[in-house]
Design a protein. Structure first.
Length: 423
């Protein structure tokens, strides 16, 4: 693949051209949310100015056009992750997608759904396996599901170097395991997890796999069917798209057998006062008025990513990550989280600065125009595992340059002296 010209791409992101606190903005917080290229903003504005209408209902011209644009968007975003349109459910984001899955499995456990739904039914003592590295969005829905069904939540531990303890995984995943839910890339460690290995363990015992692809979808080529996962989620706003939209991917037979979570309009065939029959996927999981302009915006985002080429994006961000990792290692008092030698990574590093609170580091960098995230990044158990309550996280996207990394490293190298914590 041709290398990516980040400096040229930045012209599509006018927000990056501004100054913050008198300094050039260096945006290293794309792990929280990415900036949006003009094409995405234009796609939403164009739809709202020209074709806005509710979809899948109404015989009028605008409704037909909106429906076509909306379903085209589904095909585009599904294609981006290697899926067919009917395998992509629109959600409001990854959190909504994970809750959808957990509640749908909960409903199956109550005997709801088609006969095939019984395959998801959890009995007391059944096990749900997650990892110690999960974002709270891929943790708390499972805690709640376990509490509702009597299932037991277990976790694959993380090694000191940030890799998953796959030996422990092999013994944890057993005949009581019904669900294995894990992140493709941790939003704190940045390491690409061994998806195929975990999927093989899960499928050996007939467990359903759920992948959190939030931090991989924007940064590397993603083929969900090839990864073999049963279900996967991602968030539009992290992959150059709008807020309020995301995707739930499912294997056709899995979605087919899953009962709905939210119910109401747009997801039914026939309704009486006593009962309702449901549409097949994906509509079964899309109760209510759809996020039409957001879906169209997300389609524009993945077209933009595809235009650049995800191989090129990954290569570019790997180079930034390597430069950043090397620089961070050379600053005294900086401890990287998840610095596993040779690990496959995305452009994201979280770290601790000895003697300086993460929030002070964040403010110090902000004063120099550098935007990073501080706190627990919705991963408290993982921080506890590393003896921390907070860390600093710098995360890249395709629009970051080597100069961004250098400005960040240069600023950071002065932080300990500034706070009297050593050179
Ligand atoms: N999982 C991971 C790994 C994430 O990084 C995030 C967002 N920080 C989420 C899930 C939740 O995404 P959202 O808030 O868009 O639903």
């Amino acid at each position: 693949t041709a290398p990516l010209d980040a400096a040229a791409l930045r012209a599509d992101f006018s927000i990056l051209g501004q100054r913050v606190n008198g300094e050039r903005l260096v945006y290293l917080d794309s792990g929280a949310t990415s900036q949006k290229p003009q094409a995405v903003i234009d796609a939403e504005v164009d739809f709202l100015t020209r074709a806005n209408s509710a979809v899948h209902r109404g015989a009028h011209t605008l409704a037909a056009e909106a429906t076509e644009l909306f379903e085209d968007a589904r095909a585009t975003v599904a294609g981006f992750v290697g899926a067919r349109p009917e395998q992509l459910v629109w959600t409001s984001g990854a959190t909504a997608g994970l809750n959808l899955v957990a509640y749908a499995i909960g409903n199956a456990s109550l005997g709801r759904g088609a006969p095939a739904s019984a395959r998801f039914a959890l009995q007391p003592g059944d096990e749900i396996v997650i990892t110690e590295t999960e974002h709270h969005a891929n943790l708390i829905p499972w805690q709640e599901l376990a509490a509702r069904t009597g299932a037991v939540l277990r976790h694959i531990p993380v090694n000191d170097d940030g890799t998953l303890d796959t030996d422990a995984a092999a013994t944890l995943v057993g005949e009581r395991t019904r669900i294995v839910a894990f992140t493709h890339v941790s939003n704190v460690l940045g390491i690409v997890n061994p998806v195929a290995e975990l999927v093989a363990l899960a499928h050996d015992v007939g467990a359903v796999t759920v992948l959190d692809a939030c931090q991989s979808a924007p940064h590397l080529p993603l083929d969900l069917p090839a990864l073999g996962v049963d279900l996967a989620v991602f968030s539009g706003h992290k992959m150059l798209g709008p807020y309020g939209v995301g995707g739930l991917y499912g294997r056709a037979d899995v979605l087919e057998a899953l009962p709905p979570f939210l119910t109401g309009g747009s997801m039914i065939t026939t309704v009486t006062l006593d009962e309702a029959a449901y549409l097949p996927p994906p509509q079964r999981f899309e109760a209510g008025t759809q996020p039409v302009s957001q879906a169209i915006g997300l389609a524009a985002a993945v077209r933009y990513l595809d235009g650049v080429g995800m191989g090129a994006v990954h290569g570019h961000e790997k180079a930034l990550e390597a430069r950043m990792g090397e620089g961070l290692r050379s600053i005294p008092g900086v401890r990287l989280l998840g610095d596993a030698p040779g690990a496959e990574r995305v452009g994201l590093w979280a770290f601790d600065v000895d003697g300086v609170h993460a929030h002070d580091v964040g403010q110090f960098l902000d004063a120099r125009g550098v935007a990073v995230r501080v706190g627990h990044h919705c991963a408290q158990p993982l921080h506890r595992r590393f003896g921390l309550t907070a860390s600093v996280r710098a995360s890249s996207s395709l629009y970051n340059t080597a100069d961004d990394v250098d400005v960040f490293l240069d600023a950071l190298s002065g932080v300990r002296a500034f706070f009297g914590a050593g050179a």
